[in-house]
Design a protein around this ligand. Structure first.
Ligand SMILES: *Cc1c(COP(=O)(O)O)cnc(C)c1O
Length: 360
């Protein structure tokens, strides 16, 4: 057994999962094996939704592989990257024993999945210094080894704090934890980042995996398409743990159309706009008397500390501008997270903040 498969729960290593009608590997022209209707619904519109969908559509895997620079067999497509996070925790962590390491304040789904699985959660707080927040990868490695963790989640660019982690540092951590722990880099905001993806390191360092999503820069949050990029043998195991038909055909079609070359050209243009707006908003906010600190960001959002965050939040709400209240998160008792919108939306935000006195 490879050292990578040794990270999978022992009871699941040979688990074959549900043998669905679409996985049987048979072909034919008269399909009577899945109790489907032979007729299309009157509302079908050419979709062919009377038939169960391909669990992992080859065309979508291929396209995602092209876009992210990996081979199709290194791609697991799921219902958002949230599903991939959940699958990883379920397949790798024995309840009550195998820990998950995270660095708060961070995206909450890692902790939610760990909690649902009964996996111990080990928290190594982000360090807040002059340059912004940063991960303490040495402490993360120590904590992973000390707790016998199976999973480390790194968020880069990090939500909500904005920083990215250097590739060499991630690789050093993965090498240190080789054979003991899977290091998962969540690149949900990778399109907005100056740094290249870690995906090209999956082959030389198989205990490294990457999460990507179509929910952010690709503007397809409602399609619920995300993926895990990882070693093929791990992808195969996770496939057996996944729901039989995870991807609705209309969502697959939308994703394929949304990843066509012309669509990608537009997406890249919008990423350029968002990055420019991020800089504009950063400077506008720095000049606001109610603002204590704005963190530099590699994502499509800014984390902002206010002298009176409650007043700023209410003032924005009163103007119809909804931002994310981060005050319940550790170290963020005075912070709001502001997504970068269209230029007009960002103007509305700036205006709403400027017009009130409360936050000043
Ligand atoms: C938004 C976000 C996701 C995306 O989740 P989906 O399930 O793909 O919509 C994943 N990770 C982080 C850190 C996020 O902020």
């Amino acid at each position: 057994m490879s050292s990578l498969l040794s990270l999978v729960r022992e009871d699941l290593r040979t688990f074959a999962g549900y043998s669905s009608a679409r996985r049987a590997g048979v072909t034919g022209s008269v399909w009577l094996n899945a109790n489907e209707s032979s007729w299309r619904n009157p509302a079908d519109g050419g979709l062919g939704a009377n038939r169960y969908p391909d669990p992992q559509p080859a065309a979508l895997r291929q396209r995602l592989g092209d876009v992210y620079g990996v081979r199709p067999e290194q791609v697991l497509v799921g219902r958002g990257s949230d599903e991939a996070i959940d699958l990883l925790v379920r397949a790798l962590c024995e309840p009550g024993r195998d820990a998950v390491v995270v660095s708060p304040p961070v995206f909450g789904m890692y902790a939610v999945s760990a909690r649902l699985q009964g996996a111990p959660l080990v928290e190594v707080p982000l360090v807040d210094d002059d340059t912004g927040f940063r991960s303490d990868l040495g402490a993360i490695g120590d904590a992973a080894l000390a707790s016998g963790a199976k999973l480390v989640f790194l968020c880069s660019p990090a939500n909500p704090t904005g920083q990215a982690i250097a590739a060499e540092a991630i690789l050093a951590l993965a090498r240190r934890l080789d054979g003991r722990c899977l290091v998962v880099v969540d690149e949900a905001y990778g399109e907005y980042c100056d740094q290249p993806s870690m995906a090209s390191w999956i082959d030389p360092q198989p205990n490294l995996a990457v999460l990507r999503t179509l929910s952010k820069a690709h503007a397809l949050a409602a399609a619920r398409i995300g993926c895990l990029l990882a070693a093929p043998e791990l992808i195969a195991v996770l496939r057996n743990c996944q729901a039989p038909y995870p991807l609705p055909s209309p969502c697959v079609q939308l994703a394929l159309a949304g990843l066509s070359e012309p669509a990608l050209v537009q997406t890249r243009g919008r990423v350029i706009t968002v990055r420019a707006e991020r800089e504009r908003l950063l400077h506008e906010l720095l000049g606001h008397p109610g603002v204590r600190r704005v963190y530099p960001s590699q994502g499509n959002y800014l984390l902002v500390r206010f002298h009176d965050a409650e007043a700023a939040f209410q003032q924005l709400l009163a103007a119809g501008v909804v931002v994310r209240d981060m005050r319940a998160s550790p170290q963020l008792g005075d912070a709001l997270r502001i997504s970068i919108g269209s230029p007009a939306e960002n103007d509305a935000l700036i205006q709403a903040l400027a017009s009130g006195r409360a936050a000043a």
